[in-house]
Design a protein around this ligand. Sequence first.
Ligand SMILES: NC(=O)c1ccc[n+]([C@@H]2O[C@H](COP(=O)([O-])OP(=O)(O)OC[C@H]3O[C@@H](n4cnc5c(N)ncnc54)[C@H](OP(=O)(O)O)[C@@H]3O)[C@@H](O)[C@H]2O)c1
Length: 243
Amino acid sequence: MKKIIMITGAGKGIGRAIALDFAKAAGHGNNVEAHLVLASRTQSDLESIASECKSYGASTDIFPMDISDSASISRLVAETLRLHGTIDCLVNNAGVGRFKPLSELTEEDLDYTMATNVKGTFLLTQKVFAVMEANRSGHIFFITSIAAETAFPSSAIYSMSKFAQKGLVEAVRLYAKGCNVRVTNVMPGAVYTPMWGEVPETMKAVMMMAEDISGPIVNAYLLPERTSVEELVFRPVSGDINE
Ligand SMILES: NC(=O)c1ccc[n+]([C@@H]2O[C@H](COP(=O)([O-])OP(=O)(O)OC[C@H]3O[C@@H](n4cnc5c(N)ncnc54)[C@H](OP(=O)(O)O)[C@@H]3O)[C@@H](O)[C@H]2O)c1
């Protein structure tokens, strides 16, 4: 039976690379049966990634949605269950970051970041976990960050949101072990993606690429269900970029 893999923030950056690697694993000539549910706000991004995934032989649905909006989350889960009856894997990847000195961060920066990274991740996880708990099977990835454990000068709000996500990971793990659900906390350092905007070539040269992160995530999913990769930590070989 096909596994239903839901990926948020699948249109760009790390989420896009994860979708592609799942598509390659599920595509022509492989034994993995997977259907990808791709979500983010920008329809054109989703159309582009879906068409690339299909070129590897994977089947997809696209859901333009805003994870900071609870009604949008409810529609995503309800429609996926209507179409496929279950969700086997959730990749909580959608996230935003506004990086500024402490004195320049605004209340709007706080509300925007928390609504996406914290509220959205919590509400979607809560709904999908209920499905997995009933199935006594499933895998939830959280793409948190090394900023879930370490603060950086321009990332006060971002770090607050990522520390909060790590709290959610730890709480969900307490429930997950009792019902055979795997939980993986993925903590990358600096990855070159649209989240960073323009970066100098010297900085780009030391950053990781999205495909460095996505392969090990898909490999963690493909391990036998008895085995849970609890954490994946990725850093540029030269260490953290201390912005
Ligand atoms: N890049 C890094 O250095 C790095 C390091 C550690 C952790 N991370 C984490 O990795 C995740 C992905 O980051 P990235 O670097 O790949 O960022 P990105 O290139 O900006 O991509 C973020 C994705 O999330 C989607 N998204 C953002 N807000 C959304 C919302 N409200 N509702 C639905 N989708 C939304 C975006 O699409 P739309 O804008 O179209 O919605 C996009 O597809 C984030 O959680 C980030 O915190 C990134």
